[in-house]
Design a protein around this ligand. Structure first.
Ligand SMILES: NC(=O)C1=CN([C@@H]2O[C@H](COP(=O)(O)OP(=O)(O)OC[C@H]3O[C@@H](n4cnc5c(N)ncnc54)[C@H](OP(=O)(O)O)[C@@H]3O)[C@@H](O)[C@H]2O)C=CC1
Ligand SMILES: O=C(O)[C@@H]1CCC=N1
Length: 257
């Protein structure tokens, strides 16, 4: 049983609590300044609290507040060297957090799919932390990156779910306009993304070869792909990623001031 506290029970803190509870093997304390935040996670957390004292003995403390709130929480959070503080705030460096705590600091960029234990996470650490490794494995897939790549990871897997939701929405909407029931279109669009993603994860084929495998000669897919290849979708998706990466770097500059 790993004793974990999550500080901040909003969208991301809530997703982590939900996923860890489903994994089992975690004793979860949920802390927030606003008790209303507990509504969505009450059934998953082992206890909820508005008293920061209650998180002070956890083996792992996850800081899941907005980047500008991180310094305020750190002022009041007194952790010991044998504890681990996981920071997930976009643009807040390990050094900024480590300068305010005795705990070992691990920086993680998680994503909302922690809710369903399908999270993609990037982690940077001075040395592997076994508890954090267990948590990230229980919540999905993770890769270890150098901290200077955290901005791009933030854009890719942190912000990425929103970009994918957008694309699912676009496919759902057009299918509904073309006659499918909107709920059926939502299921088919989402399951298509899930299936395509799973196919990529389980295959060593290139993305181009996988596209090719769907394009039957003279068939339907190639007609659609011609539209995509002639469009700016590829560079627009790339530009969305770059904009998110730039914002992460800006947040880092703001956090260092
Ligand atoms: N959302 C996402 O998909 C992802 C978010 N992140 C990171 O996670 C962090 C949280 O983001 P997100 O969950 O979206 O934000 P939310 O605003 O949804 O959640 C933050 C929560 O923290 C609460 N809070 C505010 N002040 C304090 C405090 N002093 N102590 C404890 N709790 C406090 C907020 O309460 P109130 O609303 O009342 O202010 C809110 O419930 C950010 O740093 C973000 O960069 C990282 C990856 C993905
Ligand atoms: O939008 C944000 O700033 C956070 C970080 C990554 C995803 N959500």
């Amino acid at each position: 049983m790993i004793d974990v506290s999550v500080i901040g029970c909003g969208n991301m803190g809530g997703a982590l609590i939900t996923g860890l509870a489903q994994a089992g093997n975690y004793d979860i304390t949920a802390y927030d300044v606003d008790p209303d935040a507990f509504e969505a996670i009450e059934e998953y957390a082992d206890r909820t609290t508005t008293d920061l004292e209650d998180v002070r003995d956890s083996a792992v403390v996850v800081l899941a507040v907005k980047p500008d709130i991180v310094p305020l929480v750190l002022e009041d959070l007194d952790l010991r060297a044998e504890q681990t503080l996981v920071t997930i705030a976009a643009g807040v460096s390990t050094d900024v957090v480590a300068s305010e705590t005795d705990a070992s600091v691990v920086r993680v960029m998680p994503n909302l799919a922690a809710r369903t234990r399908n999270m993609a996470a990037a982690v940077s650490w001075a040395e592997p932390d076994e508890n954090v490794k267990a948590m990230l494995s229980d919540l999905g897939e993770f890769v270890v990156v150098d901290e200077d790549l955290m901005d791009v990871a933030t854009a890719l897997n942190g912000s990425g779910p929103a970009f994918v939701f957008y694309l699912i929405g676009a496919m759902q909407q057009r299918a509904a306009e073309e006659g499918l029931d909107a709920d059926d279109a939502r299921v088919l669009a989402a399951q298509t993304f899930k299936g395509a993603a799973e196919t990529v994860l389980r295959s060593e084929e290139s993305i181009e070869d996988l596209i090719d495998a769907v394009c039957s000669p003279g068939g339907t897919t190639i007609e659609g792909m011609e539209v995509l290849w002639d469009s700016s979708v590829e560079s627009d998706v790339g530009d969305a990623l770059s904009a998110a990466r730039r914002r992460s770097a800006e947040l880092a500059e703001e956090a260092e001031k």
